[in-house]
Design a protein around this ligand. Structure first.
Ligand code: HSE
Length: 422
């Protein structure tokens, strides 16, 4: 029998407790203690006999507990609990991406020193086994690039905006109700959640510590239904994509951003809260993994699988060569990357505006591929109206010069997205 101490009884913790009671696979596991921040809070979702404590030492220092599962969220408090548990000889399972992205090297150093497993499959893409794939199936191949949809909330929003023309605000409220979104959904829609996850995946894939804070990051929070519609009219779908690339011996290049994907792209058909990651590696070529990337049920199933690996002695014990303990990866200069772009600007509705905008692009040698000013009423006074345009291939440095010139000329810059051709 393997005895578990659980830190955190929110929606995911409650899902895991339910699974520990009901899954035949969990027969060899016993839940001893559950750490909560507030013992007095009513918890109708938990079985009445759930043994609660508000004292972390009841988990970390209890000699009967073999594994501590950390589901608290945040970084400082979970780090204290995880490091104390490891110091006391306990294995750890966590779904906390922020903890790993920020304190991963310290946690894995301690785990390697104490020869204890740390299960963290649930920390990235919940029910989609991407960490196992990188650490096991692909461990002998050299991975050169990863790109994926790794934030379920953003993909859920974009899918519903595309398929139902639903409003952004309504979709976000539904994502919160269904348990996909973070406590602060701004973390999802700003791309930060995806950057944090991609930092962990890139570290495992490249065998070098990739600091997610260095990935240029933007989200879907500035997008409107109009952008989703226009992209589709042009034969593309807007997706929040986290991408990293590392050529042989080279620096990491990547970003998290909403991009226009052609409909035939493998990530374009990933719907709702599903996640997918496309891996490029020398031996296998392309590998695509897709699955349920957010939500209490898939996360609980993944946590249970990590617990069983530990209980059955199959969990990986980190060594001094663990990717989180490797050198810190350098980053490449972004300005050189060439791409086509989609822009939605806000321009003054008056004679000469189009000539002025076209002149700004011409002065940087950027060719406009399409231009649309949706029909507007015959307003007086030069009010701001949308202008949607796409460019032929250019580099971001030159585009930024155009955007600066347009801003100086009084144009508002609403949306700038890269267009992917493949
Ligand atoms: N909020 C995350 C998402 C799930 O929407 O993908 C937890 O990582």
């Amino acid at each position: 029998m393997t005895t578990i101490g659980l830190a955190g009884a929110g929606r995911i913790g409650a899902g895991l407790i339910r699974l520990l009671h009901t899954s035949p696979a969990a027969r060899s596991l016993r839940l001893k203690t559950v750490l909560v921040r507030d013992r007095a809070k009513p918890r109708p979702e938990l079985p009445a006999d759930t043994p609660l404590t508000a004292c972390p030492a009841d988990l970390t220092d209890d000699p009967q507990i073999d594994v501590v599962v950390e589901l608290l969220g945040g970084v400082a408090e979970p780090f204290g609990i995880v490091s104390q548990a490891l110091s006391q000889g306990k294995a750890v399972v966590t779904a906390n991406k922020n903890l790993l992205a920020e304190r991963g090297p310290e946690i894995f150093a301690l785990a390697a020193e104490r020869r204890l497993p740390v299960g963290f499959e649930a920390s990235v893409c919940a029910g989609m086994p991407i960490i196992r794939t990188l650490q096991e199936a692909l461990r002998v191949d050299r991975i050169t690039a990863l790109e994926g949809i790794v934030n379920g909330t953003s993909n859920y929003l974009l899918t519903r905006m595309s398929e139902e023309r639903a409003s952004y605000a309504q979709c976000l409220a539904d994502a919160q109700r269904l348990g996909f979104a973070e406590p602060d959904p701004g973390y999802d829609v700003s791309g930060q959640d995806a950057a944090c996850k991609m930092g962990i995946l890139a570290t495992l894939a490249f065998g070098a510590c990739v600091d997610f804070r260095r990935l240029p990051t933007s989200g879907i929070d500035g997008l409107a239904l109009e952008d989703v519609r226009q992209a589709e009219a042009m034969g593309y779908r807007i997706k929040l994509v986290a991408a990293v690339r590392r050529p042989t011996g080279g620096r990491v290049d990547g970003e998290v951003a909403a991009v226009l994907l052609p409909l035939h792209h493998p990530l374009a058909s990933i719907r709702m809260e599903c996640n997918a990651v496309r891996i490029e590696s020398e031996g296998l070529g392309e590998t695509l993994l897709a699955g349920r990337g957010a939500g209490p049920a898939p996360t609980a199933v993944t946590l249970l699988a990590d617990l069983l690996d530990i209980a059955e002695g199959r969990a990986r014990i980190p060594t001094a060569g663990h990717p989180f303990l490797a050198e810190v990866a350098g980053f490449a200069d972004q300005q050189a990357a060439a791409s086509r772009y989609y822009l939605r600007l806000a321009v003054a509705d008056r004679p000469g505006t189009l000539a002025q905008v076209a002149g700004c692009f011409a002065s940087q040698g950027i060719s406009i591929a399409s231009l649309l000013q949706p029909e507007v009423p015959d307003l007086a006074g030069g009010s701001l109206v949308p202008l949607i345009l796409t460019t032929h291939t250019t580099d971001r440095g030159r585009l930024d010069l155009v955007l600066a010139a347009l801003a100086a000329a009084g144009c508002g810059r609403n949306v700038v997205l890269r267009i992917r051709e493949h």
